[in-house]
Design a protein around this ligand. Structure first.
Ligand SMILES: NC(=O)c1ccc[n+]([C@@H]2O[C@H](COP(=O)([O-])OP(=O)(O)OC[C@H]3O[C@@H](n4cnc5c(N)ncnc54)[C@H](OP(=O)(O)O)[C@@H]3O)[C@@H](O)[C@H]2O)c1
Length: 325
């Protein structure tokens, strides 16, 4: 197949492109800068300059390259400072999830492309009641907390638009597996505390496993939604000390809820205390997905084996603007 990967130069895109090529696919990879173009080319893809927020450019790029499938992995999260208001940090990503998805789906329709796979997210999406681990059939949080409503709505929008068009939305877990993963610096600096009893459940996925699942999804008929997460959803109080240890950082601080609310807002408290994890049973069953890193317990150690020695001095606190993200 000719596969058009929007966001080929990103964290997941750079893992996905080589796997697609290994499987015998031709890949067209989008980029926005000369640096990204070089990266996409070096991975073996055909680079195409594209701003996903320009629908005419999206139409032209898709029609001119003639793909059989489109994968939407574009987000705008590099160098984003996470604050109390997640919606502010995710504003551009939310546009990519709404407008970018619409533009790609319109182009796909016109070009007769009927395979479409797009990135969504699993953790912190499900209703904050009942079991700690949820399947794709379980209801999403009907009342997302202040500060993350637009972000939750944008993910819902993407999933609805993609599945309405017969495509597949992948609810990935929290990515890890690269030296600049989003949690690395906050955990090293002890800016990510255990809030209250630390019962908020997270689901993670190693970038290599996430890429492998995406390749499998391309061979599958939609519409469908899959949780692409590892086997061990876990509360913050369990995974955070293990991550800190893997990074050679001091153990995480503990914050009472009232203090976390002050510095990290409602979203931070919710994630740390009430968030629900996700089950990967459907993806394993229907996609035939097997994981190289079934648990973050071994995955963190493997991902950060070379980093533990170079730990930064922990000086910052939640008040520095980092915090629960
Ligand atoms: N599930 C998760 O936990 C999750 C999901 C996404 C990201 N993250 C994390 O967030 C951090 C940053 O992610 P990242 O390195 O992938 O960077 P990113 O800034 O999120 O970019 C991802 C991809 O989207 C592209 N992109 C951004 N804006 C675009 C636009 N307007 N039009 C077309 N393409 C656009 C980027 O292209 P350029 O390279 O040209 O900018 C890049 O290829 C990483 O630590 C990553 O692991 C986590």
């Amino acid at each position: 197949m000719r596969v058009f990967v929007a966001g080929a130069s990103g964290a997941i895109g750079t893992r996905l492109v080589p796997l697609l090529i290994e499987r015998g696919h031709e890949v067209i990879g989008t980029h926005r800068s000369a640096g990204s173009a070089g990266r996409v080319h070096a991975l073996g893809a055909e680079p195409v300059a594209l701003d996903l927020l320009d629908p005419r450019a999206v139409r032209t790029a898709v029609l001119e390259t003639g793909p059989d499938a489109i994968v939407h992995e574009a987000t705008a999260l590099a160098d984003v400072g996470f604050s109390r208001r997640l919606d502010r940090s995710f504003a551009q990503t939310n546009r990519l999830r709404r407008e970018g998805t619409d533009a790609l789906l319109a182009a796909a329709r016109e070009a007769g492309v009927n395979r479409f796979v797009a990135q969504s997210f699993a953790s912190m999406r499900y209703a904050r009641e009942g079991r700690p681990v949820k399947s794709e059939d379980d209801p999403l949080d009907p009342t997302p907390v202040a500060g993350m409503r637009e972000t939750a709505a944008a993910m819902r929008y993407l999933e609805q638009a993609v599945t309405d068009a017969g495509g597949i939305a992948l609810r990935y877990g929290g990515f890890y597996g690269a030296s600049n993963d989003g949690l690395v610096e906050p955990v090293r600096r002890r800016q990510f505390p255990i809030v209250g009893a630390g019962g908020g459940v997270f689901s993670f996925v190693h970038l290599d496993d996430a890429a492998a699942a995406t390749v499998l999804a391309l061979d599958h008929d939609g519409p469908a939604i899959y949780n692409i997460v590892d086997d061990e959803p876990a509360p913050v109080r369990e995974w955070l000390p293990v991550l800190a240890d893997a990074l050679g950082a001091k153990p995480p601080r503990r914050f009472p809820v009232w203090l976390a609310r002050l510095f990290a807002g409602e979203a931070g408290v919710m994630l740390g205390t009430e968030g629900r994890g996700a089950s990967n049973a459907k993806a394993k069953r229907e996609l035939g997905w097997t994981l190289r890193y079934p648990s973050w317990r071994h995955g963190f150690a493997a991902a950060y084996a070379n980093q533990a020695a170079s730990t930064a001095t922990p000086t910052a606190t939640l008040a520095d603007g980092g915090g629960v993200s």
